[in-house]
Design a protein around this ligand. Structure first.
Ligand code: PEP
Length: 249
């Protein structure tokens, strides 16, 4: 599986700014994406159709930052997986820490979104990670186990092949605070073991991304660790110049 270098643009950029960054990214990375790397950009919902056109012909995938777990219906303000697929999205993030901690999403709701999105044919990036209080209380493994097993228990039979996990310690997201290489190495080993326990052989090939203040100067070392199959990047993905350095790191 190629290592996935994913950009989460969160609620940033006007449409014109998003198109400019996407164009710059496509130009900077044209014919330069290393073999064994896959690049993904996740803008806000309303920019998806335009960015699908901007990125046409570029080897850059498009993803959404969330989804609603239903085919269609009376769910005002929400977006269904098949509507995402219809506008050229192949990936969606689910359970990002900002949705869990700012918008109050529960493990059960995140699990429902994971299973439904996989069933509809999307590649799902399930975000997990502990808060600082949980880490200090020695609960890292308990939290990761709860977040993984609740979501994985419900996925369709062929779903593991489209599942990616993003381990993102909440205290390292958008704070400039990076987990040490030892912390990342240890947490990813726990995630790999939990995936193998829940999914058997299929759990060995689920990609595990690291996220939390990844920058051009730390990306290479992080991507070199065992069980780190890519990175999910927020702040440093907003400029094409810094995100392309991470892709090439
Ligand atoms: C993220 O949004 O998933 C993230 C990791 O953000 P940042 O890189 O800014 O910490």
């Amino acid at each position: 599986m190629p290592k996935l270098i994913a950009a989460n643009w969160k609620m940033y950029k006007t449409l014109a700014e998003a198109e400019t960054t996407a164009r710059e990214l496509a130009a900077t990375l044209a014919s330069r994406i290393p073999a064994g790397r896959e690049v993904l950009v996740c803008p806000v919902f309303v920019h998806l159709p335009a960015l699908a056109r901007t990125l046409q012909g570029a080897d850059i995938r498009l993803g959404a930052q969330d989804l609603y777990p239903a085919k269609e219906g009376a769910f005002t303000g929400e977006v269904a997986p098949r509507q995402l697929l219809d506008v050229g999205c192949t990936y969606a993030l689910v359970g990002h820490s900002e949705r869990r901690h700012v918008l109050g999403e529960s493990d059960a709701f995140v699990a429902q979104k994971t299973a439904f999105g996989l069933g509809e044919g999307l590649q799902i990036i399930l975000c997990i990670g502990e808060t600082l209080d949980e880490r200090r209380a020695g609960q890292l493994e308990t939290v990761l186990a709860r977040q993984i097993t609740s979501a994985v228990a419900r996925i369709p039979q062929d779903g593991a092949a489209r599942l990616t996990i993003a381990y993102e310690p909440v205290w390292a997201i958008g704070t400039g605070e990076v987990a040490t290489l030892e912390d990342i190495h240890a947490a990813h080993a726990v995630v790999r073991r939990l995936l193998a326990e829940s999914l058997g052989e299929a759990g060995r090939s689920v990609r595990i991304l690291y996220g939390g203040s990844v920058k051009p100067d730390n990306a290479g070392a992080i991507l070199g660790l065992d069980n780190v199959d890519g990175v999910l990047v927020g702040g440093a993905s907003l400029e094409a110049s810094s995100f392309s350095k991470i892709v090439l790191a």
